[in-house]
Design a protein around this ligand. Structure first.
Ligand code: ZN
Length: 200
């Protein structure tokens, strides 16, 4: 899945954020590979560099991009959103889920009618989370100019309801658990993401 020429993916290799093994993804599918953005973003200099690259990519996507506010879904999008905002000279805020699972603005964050925003996330897999943020912003009266992520695991297919760009696009090979060759070899599966693994 890794294109060695991509300097962003090279950074994942260097920082140990490109994991190989036997993983259960949030979707329930199994995979041999996982990119753990938090392991790159723990280094402020790398986070700042990726934020600058993503800001540049967003500017290429939307000419004369004038962004007032970068909005990210917590928790994964917060650090990269903050660094993109730094590079764009914008404000950075984040959305969270309420107890019923709806994406909302909390902590006194607010948006002006027509405020120019971009949505920034660490990883796009299906695009569902970014799309929820886009819908939250529309419901709050903001304009969504574009969306960006460090990694696109959808192979470029995710639709989020706004023009979208990523620093690295991957086609991750996944297996349903009952067809997983690693399961068939008896290799224990791990859950590398941010949510706790369900009891086996
Ligand atoms: Zn498996």
């Amino acid at each position: 899945m890794i294109a060695p020429a991509n300097p962003v993916l090279e950074l994942f290799h260097q920082t140990g954020a490109y994991l190989r093994g036997h993983f259960r993804l949030t979707s329930g599918l199994h995979s041999r590979e996982y990119l753990q953005c938090a392991l790159v973003l723990q280094h402020p200099r790398h986070a700042e560099q990726l934020g600058a690259l993503l800001a540049e990519a967003l500017r290429s996507l939307v000419p004369e991009l004038a962004v007032e506010t970068v909005v990210s879904p917590a928790l994964g999008g917060v650090i990269i959103g903050y660094e993109v905002a730094r590079a764009l000279g914008a404000r950075a805020i984040f959305t969270e889920r309420d107890p019923s699972g709806h994406m909302i603005l909390r902590r006194g964050f607010s948006l002006q009618p027509g405020e120019a925003t971009v949505v920034v996330e660490d990883v796009v897999t299906t695009g569902g989370t970014t799309r929820e943020v886009v819908e939250c912003l529309a419901a709050n009266g903001a304009r969504v100019l574009a969306a960006g992520s460090i990694i696109d695991r959808s192979g470029g297919r995710a639709e989020v309801g706004a023009p979208r760009v990523s620093l690295a696009t991957l086609n991750v090979v996944t297996y349903p658990p009952d067809q997983c060759p690693l399961c068939q070899q008896g290799i224990p599966v791990t859950k590398p993401g941010s949510r706790p693994a369900p009891a086996a």
